[in-house]
Write a protein that binds this ligand. Sequence first.
Ligand SMILES: [Zn+2]
Length: 710
Amino acid sequence: MKRTSIAIMCSILLFASCKEATPEKKSDTSMTDNPLLTEWDTPFGVPPFDKIKSTDYLPAFKVALEENQKEIKEITENTAAATFQNTIEALEFSGKNLNRLQRVFYAVNGANTDSILKIAAKEITPAIATHNDNINLNPALFKRIKAVYDQKDKLNLSPEELRLLEETHKRFVRSGINLQGKAQDRLREINTRLAKLGGDFGENLLDETNAFEYHTKDKKDLGNLPESLVALAAAEAKNRGHKDGWSFTLQRPSINPFLQSSPNREARKILFDGYAMRANNDNESDNKAILSEMAALRLEKAKLLGYDSHAAYILSNNMAETPEAVFGFMEKLWPSALAMAKSERDALAKKMKSEGVTGTFAGSDWRHYVEKVRKERYNFDEEQTRPYFEFTAVRDGVFVLAGELFGLTFKELTNVPKWHEDQQVFEVLEKDGTHLGIIYMDFFARESKRGGAWMNALRSQMNVNGMVTPIVTNNFNYPAPSGDSPSLLSFTEAETLFHEFGHALHGLFSNVKYESLSGTNVPRDFVEFPSQVMENWMSEPQVLRLFAKHYKTGEVIPDSMIKKMKDANSFNGGFATVEYMAAAYLDMAWHAKTENIPTDANAFEKEAMEKLGLIDEIIPRYRNTYFGHIFSGATGYSSGYYSYLWSEVLDADAFQAFKDTGNIFDPETAKRYRKMLSMGGSQPGMELYKGFRGSEPEIGPLLKKKGFVE
Ligand SMILES: [Zn+2]
């Protein structure tokens, strides 16, 4: 299988962990009736959602997997010498049906699932994982790839062809295809063990999170907790077998509001410590030994594959490329973030003292006093802004922005099949009316949809035998309008629409030859950049005035409200950056080690945080034993937690390019920006960025945006 990202996930992981594939049954003869296996005679070739039944997927996958196996066999059994065309391109073009099927299946399963699709996913996901392993560890196939790779300089390949060859070769090498005998056995052993430990880590964390409870019968403990949350806490208490009172747990929607609202310092400390000590209690759910072993195995694997450290292995595939680059950029941000967090702490401690509370200000006091100081200073309630962000107004806002920047227009299509009647479908047109692609937008929350917001490509752009134009989707969980009440978004929800639309543009602008290098098939630390950058435009008063109009009166959002909102949102920014960065440093501390992985996880964390100068009142957003991003699962986001901030550096610097011209819609800059996105993954991320900006990204604009410098 090619490297094809199935969805851009802004919040949730799509794939479950992998199991053995179930044995395949022979497909029956009625397959020609299966709409997933036929040509699609629909407007623009969109999937025939009106004809596809949930029961069609599983049999279609069986056919498509077999078909792809046959294609691979044909490549490896070709008696002609290996060439770019008969090997690299043949592999790239294989699995066409499987690819199409995966895109549609995962899009529908994410946004409009049912019990049949859920069961199918449990069978399909591990079957595809095994299928991909069988390809990536196929020695006969790799022999031919290597034969082409070894003569790459003599083949007169175009830059994109060369990139395809290099990326294909790299994918096989990174999977361990070059290892022989005992080394390959050991690699398989390590992979199996890591998968087991990663699963155990997650289970322990879940057990420890669920086991904790803080129960109180004293209503005063709740402070000014909103009524809806008081009711939830009462229900939780009943659930846990109490006759009355309120129970709080370590789930963020329970603990965070409590830490904010409760005037009871001791209670806050109990919850805070419970959270911070998860899977670190020297019981059967302790994760310390597990994570140390994982870090050691990852290092051993990296060394087998020829890298100094696990971070070096992971990052060689990212835009940052090396651990030094990651440390380098973090060091530029850390001192200012820490300084700001210290001044925030001082203001909060002062507030606590002014209330006559004695004792030292602590981490468990932070959230409580942030809310108090924020209210005192800004007197701002986010709810006031909702009437200005009715969802159609926000949708039209991104359309207008895309028009201002790139000359695009959007034409609603009412004659195309959809997976749900609520979907809105638009044809995206260039300034001169040329067809660019299709976007499906699915706005409202419903039971059949998973949480969060995300983008998929139902069809990726490619240009092999003529141009195949992209079909992309944006998915949200906004409240549906009902009766007289429209769907009014919070500022953050509106921002999400701009974010996801940025991913959509990345897919729509794609203009490459090969599918596996197109659109959003870019490194992890580049992928959030085209989406985050759109958020910059949204919060500009000049853009807000274009669309943020009161849904009843049509009044444009007042500048004073924008200012208040921005100020209130930026307060406590030092804390947010420091707690995030401390976790990113912790991730790198474990994975950039080139030898002697420590066995005392607590001592190692303590030492790493002391080296940073982290203050006692802040703990990393994730401590060792509950850092699920990096330890739950065989690889997860290990050595990659920095990516979010890296993308922020890019987006702030890229937006600065527009600001520097004195026109945030500057057409020349927009043209260069679009050109960068159009190249997808056909060049390394840094090369693409330099092509747009003329130089590597600077950290200055982000420092300014975060208020770390004037
Ligand atoms: Zn995103």
